[in-house]
Design a protein around this ligand. Structure first.
Ligand SMILES: CC(C)(COP(=O)(O)OP(=O)(O)OC[C@H]1O[C@@H](n2cnc3c(N)ncnc32)[C@H](O)[C@@H]1OP(=O)(O)O)[C@@H](O)C(=O)NCCC(=O)NCCS
Length: 154
């Protein structure tokens, strides 16, 4: 067993080759892709994504069962849970655990998230995880709609 990051309700482990089919299937669900710029991926594309040098891919687990995906990029985090796992505080738990790990174990001094302004549920989830709004922005090269920069304050 490699590194794990433990929250109170969830555990995170690095995604590996054994997760490729699961991640392709998760992204193919419209209830996931609609929060992910409608992106879906083939097996080969997902293998490439998992090999990115600047983005870490993590699987969120509850009681040992995979329930979501969290990625760590140079600035911060992106995350989704599968639909049945949402609404119970598991996302904020995983996000807080990973952020504390990045700050205390990896020496990061700043962790941010960039939810779309329309995604009010996600904004509330990030607030529960300890993030606060820093600024609002228009759509740009990396965002298809207005978005909110939020930073972890613990
Ligand atoms: C954002 C997300 C990771 C938060 O994790 P979570 O464990 O659901 O977080 P919470 O339990 O705090 O719930 C957050 C909000 O999700 C919404 N929610 C609740 N149940 C839901 C469900 N079954 N399906 C979709 N959204 C739901 C609610 O608006 C809730 O906020 P509220 O209780 O204040 O109304 C998760 O809801 C998710 O995967 N959403 C879709 C993907 C997404 O938006 N990712 C973030 C992109 S920035």
């Amino acid at each position: 067993m490699g590194i794990q990051v433990r929250g109170r309700l969830t555990t995170l482990r690095p995604a590996d080759a054994g997760d490729v089919e699961r991640l392709v299937a998760w992204h193919a669900d419209p209830e996931v892709s609609r929060y992910w710029d409608d992106e879906t991926f083939t097996i080969a594309e997902m293998e490439e994504r998992l090999a990115r040098g600047d983005v870490e891919a993590w699987i969120v687990e509850e009681h040992g069962e995979p329930i979501g995906y969290l990625q760590v990029h140079p600035d911060g985090l992106d995350m989704f849970l599968v639909p049945f796992a949402r609404g119970g505080g598991l996302g904020p738990d995983a996000a807080r655990a990973m952020t504390e790990h990045l700050i205390h174990e990896r020496g990061r001094d700043r962790v941010t998230v960039d939810p779309y302004a329309w995604n009010e549920g996600a904004v509330r989830a990030w607030e529960r995880a300890g993030f606060v709004e820093v600024s609002r922005h228009e759509a740009d090269a990396e965002h298809t709609a207005p978005w909110i920069l939020m930073e972890y304050r613990g």
